[in-house]
Ligand binder design. Sequence first.
Ligand code: FAD
Length: 281
Amino acid sequence: MTAQRRYSFEFFPTKTDAGHDKLMGVARELASYNPDFFSCTYGAGGSTRDRTLNTVLQLDGEVGVPTAPHLSCVGDSTTDLRSLLQQYQAAGIRRIVALRGDLPSGMGMASGELRYANELVEFIRDESGEQFHIEVAAYPEMHPQARNFENDLQNFARKAKAGADSAITQYFFNADSYFYFMERVHKLGIDIPVVPGIMPITNYSKLARFSDACGAEIPRWIRKQLEAYGDDMQSIQAFGEQVISQMCERLLEGGAPGLHFYTLNQAEPSLAIWHNLKLPR
Ligand code: FAD
C-alpha cells in the first residue's frame, strides 16, 4: 500500500438486531483487508445518537478497526455534542467526520446552535484540542444548496482553516470533477488530503433517487446503460463494477490520496472494486 494512501469503509447504524449482526459480519470481513479506518454515519438531529455511538464503540473495540463517528451539528445542542465528544474521547476514539447534516423531512427547521460544518470543526477544536483527526465533507460537483461553485469552494476552505485535517468527497462518477476541484483547492492554498468517496453501483433506481437528492450527477452514458439493463441486477452490478473500478484507477493514478467506500453495509461491491484495483490485503 502506498504510504500516503488511505482506504476506509463507511457504514450506517442499523435499526434492528438482525441488521446489526449482519453489519458486524460485513465489518469483520472488511477488517481482514486492513483498512485504515471505518466510519459510521449519524442521523442529523440526533436520530441515531445512541445507535451511532454503540456501533462505533463495537467496530472500534470488538472488530478492532479504528472507527470514526460522523457527527453533525444541525438540530443538536452544543450540550449534546459536547457529551458525545467526551464519550468518544473517553473511549479512545481518534477521528471524527464533522458535518452540518441534513435534518430528515418532518423534523422541522434546524434548531442547533451551530449552523455550518466549519462552526462544528471550531467547536471540536475548542472542546478537544488535537484529540481528534477531523474529516470534513467536500463536493467536487458542488453542494446542492450552495449559491455557486466559487462560494462552495470558499466554504470548503473555511472548514480547512477552522482546523480540518482531511476531507472525504461526496460520491461522483466523473473523475474530472475531482481533478478540477483539487486544482481549485490547491490554488486557494489548501493542502489537506481530499479522499474520493466511492459509491459502488448495485441498484439503479435507488442510486438515481439518492443521487438526485445529494446532487451527484450520473452521466448520461452510464444512466442510459443502467436503464437498458432493467431488472437484470447481475448486468447492472457487472457494468457498475467495471465503471467504478476504472474511475478509481484514474483517480489513484492522478494522485488521489486514497479511497473511502460507501459500503451501504455490504462487503462484496466494495471488495470487487478493491480486487480489481489489486489493492493489497
Ligand atoms: P457545510 O460544509 O456546512 O455546507 C453546507 C452548505 O452550506 C453548502 O452549500 C455550503 O456552501 C454552505 N456553507 C457552508 N459554510 C457556510 C457558512 N459559514 N456560511 C454560509 N454558507 C455556508 N449527513 C448526515 O446527516 N449524516 C452523516 O453521517 C453524513 N455523512 C456524510 C459523509 C460524507 C463523506 C459526506 C460527503 C456527506 C455526509 N452527509 C451526512 C451529508 C451532509 O451532511 C450533507 O451533504 C449536508 O447537506 C452538508 O453537510 P456539510 O458538512 O458538507 O455542510
